[in-house]
Design a protein around this ligand. Structure first.
Ligand SMILES: NC(=O)C1=CN([C@@H]2O[C@H](COP(=O)(O)OP(=O)(O)OC[C@H]3O[C@@H](n4cnc5c(N)ncnc54)[C@H](OP(=O)(O)O)[C@@H]3O)[C@@H](O)[C@H]2O)C=CC1
Ligand SMILES: Nc1c(N[C@@H]2O[C@H](COP(=O)(O)O)[C@@H](O)[C@H]2O)[nH]c(=O)[nH]c1=O
Length: 378
C-alpha cells in the first residue's frame, strides 16, 4: 500500500508561531523564500492545506512562475498541481479563491461533511472517507486514484501535527523567520501531545535572505504491523547497505539496521562484513549491541531480505537471533526465494513467536539488485 512522499512545509516565528491573530496572513518568509516555496510547489503532484488555512488565509496555492509551469507542461504534467483540502465539518466557502484558481481540486471529508458539501455546489471532487477522516485512506486514495507521488502539505498546524504524529511525514521543511509573534492565542506549528521520542535527522540547513530553512526527516519506526514513513527510509538504508557486501556466488547480499523505538540507530551491518564469509547482516548488526540493552525490546530490525530460518554454518538462524535479542518487530523488503534453502520462512518463525513482520514490497527491487547474479540459481 504505497503512499505519496509527504513533505510538510511551514514557516514559523522565533517563538514558534505560524501566524499572528490579526485578520491578514502573517508573512514569515521573505521574497526569496516564497520563490523557493514556488519551486517546491512546481515539483509536486499535489498541494494540501487544511480547511482552517482556507478560512484564515484564503490562499490560491499556485505555481506563480510561468517558466516553472512551462517546465511542468514540458514534462507531461498539468501546469498546476492538484489542490487538496480536508474538512470534517464541510464548512467551506464556495467563493474562496482555492476553488477558482490553479489545478483540479479535491476535498477529503467525512460522511457528514460530504452531505453538507453536496448542497454547497463546490467546484471540486468531494471524497468521503467514512465517519472519521482517516489519513492513511486519504494518502492511499491520492496515490492510487489520483496518481500523486509527491505531496506538499502547506499547513496549518492541525494538519501538520496529525501527519507527523501518525508517522506519515517523510520530510519537514521548516523555515525560521527572525520575528516574534508573542500572542498566546496565535496558531502554533505543532500542538502539545505525544511525538516521537528521539531526534529527527537534519538533512539540510540553508540561509535564504533573512530566514533559515531546515529540512528534517522523522526517524521513529512504526508501531506493530503499521508502517511509518521512517520505516521506509530505514529499509531503504538497509537496501543500500546490501550493496557494500563482498560479492559471493553462494550467499545473499543483505543489509540490516537496528533502530530503537525513539528513532535512534543502534547498529547496522551487512553480509560478510569484516571479512567473515559466513556473517549475515542481522547477525553482524546485533553483534554490535550489548546483550540485554533495554532498547532492544522496543526496537525494529530492518533487513533487505527476510531473516533466515535455518543455517548449516551457525547454531542459530537470524530469525532466532532477533527473537533471542528481545526484538519483536521486523521490517523487510523481500521474502526469501528458494535459492539456497527451500521453503525458508523466517517471517513465519518470527510471527509465531509473537513478533510483528512488515513486508514493504516496493523495496524488493532494491533488495534484489545486489543479488542479480544469483537469480539463475532458482
Ligand atoms: N506559516 C505557515 O507556513 C502557515 C501558516 N498557516 C496558518 O495556520 C493557521 C490555520 O491552521 P489550523 O487552524 O491549524 O488549520 P488547518 O489548516 O490545519 O485546518 C484544520 C481543519 O482541517 C480539517 N481537519 C484537519 N484534520 C482533520 C481530521 N482528522 N478530520 C476532519 N477534519 C480535519 C478540519 O476542518 P473543519 O473545521 O472544516 O472540520 C480542521 O478544522 C492560519 O492562521 C494560517 O495562516 C497555515 C499554513 C502555513
Ligand atoms: N505565511 C506563510 C506561508 N503560508 C502558506 O502559504 C499559503 C498561501 O499561499 P499563496 O496562495 O501562494 O498566497 C497559505 O495558505 C499557507 O499555506 N507559507 C510560507 O512558506 N511562508 C509564510 O510566511
Amino acid at each position: 500500500m504505497p503512499f505519496p512522499h509527504v513533505l510538510l512545509s511551514a514557516a514559523v516565528s522565533l517563538d514558534g508561531y505560524l501566524d499572528d491573530t490579526g485578520p491578514e496572513r502573517l508573512l514569515l518568509s521573505g521574497p526569496a523564500d516564497f520563490d523557493r516555496v514556488d519551486e517546491v510547489r512546481a515539483s509536486v503532484d499535489a498541494i494540501l492545506v487544511g480547511a482552517g488555512t482556507i478560512r484564515a488565509d484564503n490562499p490560491r496555492l499556485l505555481v506563480n512562475s510561468a517558466e516553472r509551469r512551462a517546465g511542468r507542461v514540458a514534462a507531461g504534467k498539468p501546469p498546476y498541481p492538484l489542490k487538496v483540502t480536508v474538512s470534517g465539518s464541510g464548512d467551506l466557502d464556495p467563493a474562496a479563491k482555492f476553488w477558482h484558481t490553479g489545478g483540479d481540486k479535491v476535498v477529503y471529508t467525512t460522511e457528514d461533511g460530504a452531505r453538507r458539501l453536496k448542497a454547497s455546489d463546490l467546484a471540486a471532487d468531494v471524497v468521503p472517507l467514512g465517519p472519521e477522516l482517516d489519513w492513511r485512506a486519504l494518502l492511499t486514495h491520492l496515490h492510487d486514484v489520483r496518481g500523486v507521488r509527491r505531496l506538499m502539505v502547506e499547513g496549518g498546524g492541525t494538519v501538520h501535527t496529525q501527519l507527523l504524529r501518525q508517522g506519515l511525514a517523510d520530510e519537514l521543511q521548516l523555515v525560521l523567520a527572525p520575528l516574534f509573534v508573542g500572542a498566546p492565542d496565535a496558531p502554533r506549528l505543532f500542538g502539545p501531545g505525544p511525538y516521537q521520542g528521539g531526534r529527527l535527522r537534519l538533512l539540510e540547513s540553508r540561509t535564504i535572505g533573512d530566514v533559515v530553512l531546515m529540512r528534517y526527516e522523522p526517524t521513529a519506526p512504526g508501531v506493530g504491523g503499521t508502517a511509518s514513513a521512517a520505516d521506509r527510509h530505514w529499509l531503504a538504508l538497509a537496501c543500500e547497505l546490501a550493496a557494500l557486501c563482498p560479492p559471493s556466488r553462494t550467499a545473499f547480499s543483505v543489509g540490516a539496521v537496528v533502530v530503537a523505538q525513539d528513532g535512534t540507530e543502534l547498529a547496522r551491518g551487512y553480509s560478510r562484513e569484516g571479512g567473515d564469509p559466513l556473517a549475515h547482516a542481522e547477525e553482524a548488526a546485533l553483534a554490535k549491541i550489548a546483550p540485554g540493552d533495554p532498547r532492544l525490546a522496543g526496537a525494529t530490525v530492518y533487513s533487505s531480505l527476510e531473516p533466515c530460518a535455518q543455517r548449516a554454518s551457525r547454531p542459530r538462524p537470524c530469525a532466532q537471533l532477533i527473537l533471542d535479542a528481545g526484538v519483536r518487530r521486523v521490517v523487510t523488503a523481500w521474502r526469501e526465494p528458494d535459492t539456497f534453502v527451500a521453503g525458508a520462512d523466517g517471517s513465519g518463525v518470527l510471527a509465531r513467536a509473537g513478533a510483528d513482520v512488515v513486508v514493504l514490497p516496493e523495496y524488493a527491487a532494491a533488495a534484489k539488485a545486489p543479488n542479480e547474479h544469483l537469480a539463475e540459481r532458482g
